[in-house]
Design a protein around this ligand. Structure first.
Ligand code: ADP
Ligand code: MG
Length: 616
């Protein structure tokens, strides 16, 4: 067994992947492998067993998914690989990743199977034949027992997020499955941590595994102000522009994202908001790259959105800010990124966006760089307005000293006389005119301040949010089942087998026979699916009820617009529900739920459909 320190990025081509897969990666916008990918892919391609340990968000999925893709014989429509994941969300996520890597592999089929999903549908899909199965342990076990899943052709088994499976109590199920898979297959185990029990399972079932552990080296950072913003309640893009606008001493910024495509996307969006921004990625040839950097130096550009590779070694003294829009894979990348600011004796600022699931990476970075990273309070609308007003005043003050004001003073006097208004009013009107192209006040509202909602133990807590049902099964089965209502394929069908109850794969809801309109405070949210996506109200109700465990009767009015919709949900949504909804998709489109900030972009043609409760 060997343990490997994080190495500097190679290229995907060095790892032995096929040309067709390399093309796919380039299409997706992956520029270079992450450290865990660089280490694991060659080993897995050799067919060896592997234990891969690296933190969340370091790209473990592609580390096993890409070698899997190389193995699949599309002509053989039998499961050739099985990936076990702890939760249904992860099963779906991994299946989606696999599907995206199969872009240039016509006929490839991956099937996610998980608890809570209808057996009928799963059986149909299984019988159609899939090349890779991604599933939660309980449901996979069940299909193996029913002999509806046959693993005779299995070449590789992957245990993804093994520590999480242990934590959720699935380890016995995992062993049960491992015992029933063909003796000769490759096994890969991925985990963020390596508890003793996982190590024991690895020793028992893996054959001479190579062990790859990505450790982050420690290094010190120069005097750079480091802050982070925990992503919540607002789009990263909106947060970014607010922050940049209010940041003191802002001159120029390099913004780091993970993919080439993201560099272009973000550059376009920032340009549309009036920033002088451009993308810097590995698709640009040397000459174009140099041009972008020269423009940043000269001030023709203020913002460059870059991938790690493309930004290597950039030395532009006026870069006052580095924004880690996507968190880096490891501390080395972080240190390298923020080293692009604070150059030539100037002060630098490093801003890091951290999603809730990435908090651990934040702590690792703090430890490795031996410097605390302070939380950043998102500037409020008032903060932005104040800053804009201050800048505006400054501009006006400059003009006050300019020559040739007389001509304009004269016009002011004329307006004042002709309209019989004071000079102050005329000035106000002129201010209003002057700011038209860039309004001093920003539209919309601040995201609702984090509300204090009753703790889980508080009996006053509204029952709107489903918790795991801990009542014995007998009691539960008295209640109406979803199947009986025959209206919602997206709702869960409950298994008859008690084993699958309380697996903790998802929160359970209770359906009450009587429905009434929701009472209490409601908050309106905006979601990114609308009529253009072929979405209907019932799809939204289904998805929200299903994913966040909010009983459908607590879901308020839903208004469908062309490209988006609004939905009212009870105030004080617990974090888990909020997180679940952020990841929810309707008809394959991520809904991107966020508090509704009004409609600055004029999509107001929606006819407001009042939902009748109990009538979907
Ligand atoms: P982990 O399983 O280690 O938590 P994931 O596999 O979920 O991490 O990857 C995290 C994110 O990084 C995903 O959005 C994925 O698309 C992205 N990603 C992974 N590998 C690369 C790469 N080589 N280049 C760019 N983005 C990548
Ligand atoms: Mg993962």
């Amino acid at each position: 067994m060997t343990t490997t320190e994080s190495t500097t990025a190679q290229s995907f081509a060095d790892l032995g992947l096929s040309a067709s897969l390399l093309k796919t990666l380039s299409d997706i916008g992956y520029e270079s492998p992450s450290p865990i990918q660089a280490e694991c892919i060659p080993i897995l391609l050799q067919g060896r067993d592997l234990i891969g340990q690296a933190q969340t968000g370091t790209g473990k999925t592609a580390a096993f998914a890409l070698p899997l893709m190389e193995q699949i014989d599309v002509k053989l429509t039998k499961p050739q690989a099985l990936v076990l994941t702890p939760t249904r969300e992860l099963a779906i996520q991994v299946a989606e990743a696999l599907q995206s890597y199969a872009k240039n592999l016509p006929g490839f089929h991956v099937l996610p199977i998980y608890g809570g999903q209808s057996y009928t549908i799963q059986l149909k899909q299984l019988s159609r034949g899939a090349h890779i199965i991604v599933g939660t342990p309980g449901r996979v076990m069940d299909h193996l027992e029913r002999k509806t899943l046959n693993l005779d052709n299995l070449k590789t088994l992957v245990l993804d997020e093994a520590d999480e499976m242990l934590r959720m109590g699935f380890i016995d199920d995992v062993e049960w499955i491992l015992e029933r898979t063909p003796a000769t297959h490759q096994t890969a185990l991925f985990s963020a941590t390596m508890p003793e029990q996982i190590r024991r399972v690895a020793q028992k079932y893996l054959v001479e595994p190579r062990e790859i552990k990505i450790k982050s080296a420690t290094s010190t950072v120069e005097a750079i102000r480091q802050v982070y913003w925990q992503v919540s309640g607002m789009h990263k893009l909106d947060a970014l522009t607010r922050i940049l606008e209010v940041e003191k001493d802002f001159d120029a910024a390099i913004i780091f994202v993970r993919t080439k495509n993201a560099t272009v996307e973000l550059a376009d969006k920032l340009a549309a908001r009036g920033y002088a921004a451009a993308a810097l990625n590995g698709d640009l040839n040397q000459q174009m790259r140099e041009r972008v950097i020269d423009q940043l130096k000269s001030g023709a550009l203020d913002i460059v959105i870059a991938t790690d590779v493309a930004a290597r070694g950039i030395d532009v003294p006026r870069v006052s800010h580095v924004v880690n829009y996507d968190i880096p894979y490891d501390t080395e990348a972080y240190v390298h990124r923020i080293g692009r600011t604070g150059r030539a004796g100037r002060t630098g600022n490093a801003i890091l966006f951290v999603a809730p699931r990435e908090i651990r990476m934040l702590r690792t970075i703090e430890r490795a760089t031996r410097s605390p990273i302070a939380p950043l309070t998102l500037p409020s609308r008032a903060d932005v307005t104040n800053k804009r007003v201050a800048d505006f005043k400054e501009k006006v003050a400059e003009v006050l000293n300019a020559e040739g004001l007389d001509f304009f003073s004269n016009i002011v006097s004329q307006i004042s006389e002709e309209h019989d208004v004071g000079v102050e009013e005329v000035a106000a009107a002129l201010c209003m005119l002057a700011q038209e192209s860039k309004p001093l006040q920003i539209a919309g509202e601040d995201p609702a301040p984090a509300r204090a909602y009753p703790a889980a133990s508080d009996s006053r807590r509204p029952a709107a949010f489903g918790e795991r049902d801990r009542k014995p099964r007998e009691e539960r089965s008295e209640r109406p089942r979803f199947e009986d209502r025959g209206d919602k394929p997206r709702f869960e069908e409950r298994s008859d087998k008690p084993r699958f109850e309380d697996r903790g794969e998802r929160p359970r809801r209770e359906e009450r026979p009587t429905r009434s309109a929701p009472t209490g405070d409601m908050v309106r949210y905006r979601i990114d699916v609308g009529r253009d996506h072929g979405v209907q109200v019932k799809d939204i109700v289904g998805a929200i009820a299903n994913e966040a465990g909010i009983e459908s009767r607590f879901i308020g009015r839903i208004a469908l617009y062309d490209e988006s919709s609004t939905v009212e949900l009870p105030a004080g949504m617990p974090k888990e529900a909020d997180n679940a909804l952020k990841r929810t998709r309707v008809r394959g489109v991520p809904i991107n739920l966020r508090p509704d900030e009004g409609r600055p972009d004029g999509d107001d043609r929606g006819n407001f459909k009042k939902r009748k409760f109990g009538d979907r």
